[in-house]
Design a protein around this ligand. Structure first.
Ligand code: FAD
Length: 391
């Protein structure tokens, strides 16, 4: 247990709030510092796979998750022009399940869970400096406040302040891909399926949210010119419609409903070499930003939060062992997932028509003949249960 230990968490995102609740439930005194003036999220969907769902369950938030998300029934890959099904894989109806969540709902569940466990969430506190000494971790914010703790956890996302303290500056590079995302009113009877329309140099993913009233759209296009790496930059919906004008009628129907859309450039960041120091640890995107093509960023963040906090509780008198074991348990797995996500974009975007048709034929056959094996290729990601297979 961590009775009375003072811990500061940077960032009230998925990683930070999950870690904060887990720590507070084990007796720590936890303060979360968040730069925003309120806990809010861009309107967008998120897929929580079983490896993330088991963590929410272990945090006592499983019921809330099930109440506020849609349980996914299948993943379908379709060809872009006519929407022909290339592969349709049913998802297991037992176990922790795949969930289509609205980001704002997931953040709400976690923030409520953190507050209920006694976590103090301090809004409008933009972390500007972090000083790690032998006796204390000291955090200063742009608002002039100072927070001292025995441990600081950097859950401050892509542009983390703690990551460079442990690693120096990193060098992200533009992947040559831009992405749009939007939510729209869902068409009637939208199936509980994550559908990927695959075209040359572009693809579009959609699935229903919020009881089937809303649909989430993520559309990715290869593009030489780069865009800022910000999730909140608006674009004209006409650009999205033009980029996907050759896609199937079902896609045109969805795109016609788009009123506002965000667009951003996709960058690759190296996984941080060092995740821990004497009084500090990185979790979530701060440690391993990923491209969205395996839908694993939030799931890895949940896994990190559980693993780190459980190890701290297991070694209350020996933090060095807890932190070292945390990095050893997580770094290789997250690096492998980040690499799988980078590879997946290429698979969706085959540009040459004959190569694309051949690849689709093979995939179609495989998923009809051996659906379990096709889905099973990713068991190493989805079947992992960090709450059970504990280091
Ligand atoms: C289009 C898209 C689709 C995605 N789909 C999926 C999906 O289906 N499934 C999935 O698992 N993942 C998905 N992801 C990835 C996932 O959203 C991220 O990996 C996840 O949100 C990371 O959580 P985090 O808590 O580490 O970081 P963030 O969510 O970025 O949270 C960081 C928090 O820290 C705060 N912060 C930052 N700097 C400071 C500072 N200096 N001081 C104080 N506070 C600060 C921020 O305001 C923010 O609240 C997707 C991502 C994108 C872009």
């Amino acid at each position: 247990m961590l009775i009375g230990q003072k811990i500061t968490v940077l960032g009230a995102g998925i990683a930070g709030l999950a870690a904060a609740r887990a720590l507070a439930l084990r007796g720590a005194r936890v303060t979360v510092l968040e730069q925003a003036e309120e806990i809010r999220e861009v309107g967008a969907g998120l897929q929580i796979s079983p490896n993330g769902a088991v963590v929410l369950e272990a945090l006592g938030l499983g019921e809330a998750l099930r109440a506020r998300t849609i349980r996914g029934q299948a993943v379908a890959l379709r060809d872009y022009r006519r929407g022909r099904v290339v592969s349709h894989l049913s998802l297991p109806s037992d176990g922790a399940g795949y969930h289509f969540a609205h980001r704002a709902d997931l953040i709400d569940i976690l923030a409520e869970g953190a507050r209920e466990a006694g976590v103090k969430i301090r809004l409008l506190q933009k972390v500007s400096e972090i000083d790690l000494t032998d006796t204390c971790a000291r955090v200063t914010t742009a608002q002039g406040a100072e927070f001292g703790a025995s441990l600081v956890i950097g859950a401050d996302g892509l542009h983390s302040r703690l990551r460079p303290v442990l690693n120096g500056a990193a060098d992200p590079f533009f992947t040559g891909q831009v992405a749009w995302r939007a939510t729209v009113p869902a068409p009637a009877d939208m199936p509980r399926v994550a559908t990927v329309y695959m075209g040359p140099g572009r693809h579009l993913v959609c699935y229903p949210l919020r009881g089937g009233t809303m649909a989430n759209i993520v559309a990715v296009q290869e593009q030489a010119e780069w865009r800022a790496e910000s999730w909140t930059q608006e674009d004209d919906p006409a650009n999205l419609r033009a980029a996907f004008s050759e896609f199937a009628p079902a896609v045109q129907d969805l795109l016609a409903r788009v009123e506002t859309v965000n667009q951003w450039g996709l960058f690759r960041h190296p996984v941080a070499p060092h995740w821990v120091a004497d009084r500090a640890a990185l979790i979530g995107d701060a440690a391993h930003p990923t491209l969205p093509f395996m839908a694993q960023g939030a799931n890895m963040a949940l896994e990190d939060a559980w693993t780190l906090t459980s190890l701290l509780a297991q070694h209350p008198e020996d933090r060095a062992t807890a932190l070292r074991t945390y990095q050893a348990a997580r770094k290789d797995r997250c690096t492998r997932i980040v690499e799988a996500a980078s590879k997946n974009a290429r698979n969706y975007h085959l540009t040459s028509a004959p190569v694309r048709m051949a690849a689709h034929t093979v995939l179609g056959l495989a998923s009809r003949i051996a659906p379990k094996q096709v889905l099973g290729r990713f068991d190493w990601i989805y079947a992992k249960d960090v709450t059970r297979d504990f280091p």
